[in-house]
Design a protein around this ligand. Sequence first.
Ligand SMILES: Nc1ncnc2c1ncn2[C@@H]1O[C@H](COP(=O)(O)OP(=O)(O)O)[C@@H](O)[C@H]1O
Ligand SMILES: [Mg+2]
Length: 234
Amino acid sequence: MPPCVEVHVLTIAIISQKGGAGKTTLAIHLAAAAAAASYISLIIDTDPQATASRWSQWRDGREPEVIDCGAPSLLATKLSKAEELGADLAVIDTPPHADAMARQAAKLADLILIPCRPRAFDLAAIEATAELVRGSRKPAFVVFTAGPPRAPLIYREAEDLIGGSEAGGFGLDIAPVVLPERAAYHHSTAQGRTASDYDPNGKAAGEVAALWAWTCGRLGLSVRGQVHTSGTPA
Ligand SMILES: Nc1ncnc2c1ncn2[C@@H]1O[C@H](COP(=O)(O)OP(=O)(O)O)[C@@H](O)[C@H]1O
Ligand SMILES: [Mg+2]
C-alpha cells in the first residue's frame, strides 16, 4: 500500500483510454493558460511516451513545469511535491490503455476531463473511460476535440450518443466549450509553444481561453486573480 499522502493542490486529471484523443494537447494548453494567468501550474506527465515532457524540453523550460511520474503509487507524492513547490494547479496527463494510472489520477483529481473526437469510433471507445471515471465519483466532463469547427449537428449527435443515460448512452457530462480542429495546435506544439503563443488572436487561442474560463468556474479559481480561499471545487 502506498503511504497515505494528503493532497490539496487543485488537480485536473486528463483521461481517455484512447490514444490520439487530445489528452496531451489539452493538458499543456490548460496548464499554460493557468501560467499565463499568473497561477503556478505544472503538468504531471504519467505517460511513458513522455510527450508533454518532450514539449517542455522544446519549450526551453518555460512555464508550465512538467514533472514525470512513472508509477500510480508515486502520484500522490508527486502532487504533494507540487504543493510544496507552491503550485496552485496540477494537470495530470495520462497514457492510453493504462487502467491503474488513470484510476489513480481520477481518485486524486478535483476535476476529470475526457478529451474525445466527435467521431463514431471514438465515441464508442469512450465507454471504458466512462466506467473508470464513474467509479471515482469525481466531477467529469467530456471535452470534444479536433472536430469540425462549424458543424453543430455533429456535436449535438455526439452529445446524444454519450450524454444520455438511457438507450445506450454513457451518462457523461459534456463541457460547454469545444476545441475544434485548428492548424495552430500543429504549428505551435512542435515548437514547444501553445496555440495561444503562436497566434494570440487566433480562433484556437480564443477557444482555449473559453475552456480555461469554464475550468476556473468548475475549480473555484478566478480566471485571472487569486485562488479562492476554499480551494476545492464546487
Ligand atoms: N483541437 C485540435 N486541433 C487539431 N489537432 C489536434 C487537436 N487536438 C489534438 N490535436 C492533434 O492530435 C494529435 C493527438 O493529440 P494528443 O494530444 O497527442 O493526443 P493524446 O495525448 O490523447 O494521445 C496531435 O498531433 C495533436 O496535435
Ligand atoms: Mg498524450
